[in-house]
Design a protein around this ligand. Structure first.
Ligand SMILES: NC(=O)c1ccc[n+]([C@@H]2O[C@H](COP(=O)([O-])OP(=O)(O)OC[C@H]3O[C@@H](n4cnc5c(N)ncnc54)[C@H](OP(=O)(O)O)[C@@H]3O)[C@@H](O)[C@H]2O)c1
Length: 336
């Protein structure tokens, strides 16, 4: 079968085509014929760090969807032909997070990912995908969708009448925006681009701020919300956005700490949290249980993920290059 491997070199040259043997499922495992895989910002970080060891020969990408193609013994929950996606953490099926799940993240230093024609996973690591989605759409769900769901809804309890701030118009942000629109929450979008803001408005964004033209976007946000601020914030930027997020949070609000778009290790002044009785929710994607709950919501609300562009398998390096430009709106997908 065909696959891509990381070859231990950092950057664009670190992704190589490989022909490897088709894996067979063992007891309790399922083989999936991958139909589509999608990219996340994380995959750029992994590609850039691939020279630090441990990545050589690994299949990249945590996100993918496809069809059950072979079933090992003792698997009762799946049939041949079922449409499935893999959970981001192979081992986080349900219940609270445990640090021991971290090495089971797909497409990382320790686990192969989804940029291959076939993958074999434990039956418990798979989730049914919503019937109204194509495999290209379903491939976008495991990381960005589940992260937004876990942070905003499972942990954040966002609902009608709340106000959500999303930073940018990438994968996590647009899932957050679509969830807010479906729930009847008001959505504030900040973006580098007026054209992207116009598209975000069509998805339900109601307060739109260009953070290039308005670097003090927290001041603009407070003005636009009559001093109330945002009850929920998808904190995607890290050091470059955190202090403004803190100045944007409403009384009793929740900052969902997710992203590193401007780097790692924010050192924000947390005093305002105390004065506003606000919370920070730390998130690492989510479980299979979160994924299944999100899928029910997507089905009930007929939500289709926003796909920016679909590349062919041979064009996977171009898909990574496109993600790196930051010009995308929503998700970038590789179709197998
Ligand atoms: N903790 C977790 O479990 C978890 C899970 C998923 C993702 N993440 C993290 O969440 C972040 C987003 O991931 P993603 O895959 O959705 O990324 P993505 O699709 O690559 O989105 C990137 C977009 O973010 C916006 N952006 C960049 N710098 C910004 C800034 N300074 N202020 C506001 N917006 C900015 C840009 O949109 P515009 O052009 O519209 O400005 C850019 O196109 C990443 O840091 C990723 O590592 C963490």
């Amino acid at each position: 079968m065909k696959a891509y491997h990381l070859n231990g070199h950092a950057g664009a040259g670190g992704l190589v085509r490989a022909d490897v043997s088709k894996p067979a499922p063992a007891n309790g495992e399922v083989r999936v014929r991958v139909e589509a895989a999608s990219l996340n910002y994380r995959d750029l970080l992994i590609l850039d760090r691939a020279s630090q060891g441990g990545f050589n020969g690994r299949v990249p990408l945590c996100d993918g969807a496809g069809v059950v193609d072979a079933i090992g013994s003792d698997v009762v929950q799946w049939q041949l032909g079922d449409c499935v996606a893999a959970s981001f953490f192979r081992d986080w099926v349900s219940g609270p997070f445990k640090a021991s799940y971290v090495p089971s993240a797909l497409g990382s230093g320790t686990m192969d990912g989804m940029l291959a024609e076939y993958v074999v996973l434990p039956a418990t690591a798979l989730v049914s995908v919503p019937a109204h989605l194509s495999s290209v759409e379903a491939a976008t769900l495991p990381c960005a969708g589940v992260t937004a769901w876990h942070g905003l809804i499972a942990r954040g309890g966002m609902g009608k009448g709340d106000t959500l701030l999303v930073q940018g118009t990438g994968g996590v942000a647009l899932f957050g925006l679509q969830f807010a629109a479906a729930l009847g929450a008001r959505a504030i979008v900040i973006s580098s681009s007026d054209e992207k803001l116009a598209r975000a408005k069509a998805l339900g964004g109601s307060i739109l701020i260009n953070y290039r033209d308005t670097p003090d976007w927290d001041v603009a946000l407070m003005k636009a919300t009559d001093g109330e601020g945002a009850s929920h914030i998808l904190e995607l930027g890290g050091p470059g956005t955190y202090d403004r997020s803190l100045r944007s949070v409403a009384s009793g609000g929740k900052i969902v700490q997710i992203g590193v778009l401007t780097g790692f290790g924010p050192k924000p002044d947390l005093a305002r949290l105390q004065w506003e009785n606000a919370d920070i929710i730390g998130i690492t994607v989510g479980s299979g249980e979160h994924f299944a709950a999100m899928n029910r919501f997507l089905t009930d609300n007929a939500i289709h993920p926003i796909v920016d562009r679909v590349y062919g398998f041979d064009e996977a390096p171009e898909a990574f290059a496109h993600l790196r430009t930051g010009s995308h709106f929503g998700k970038i997908v590789v179709k197998l």
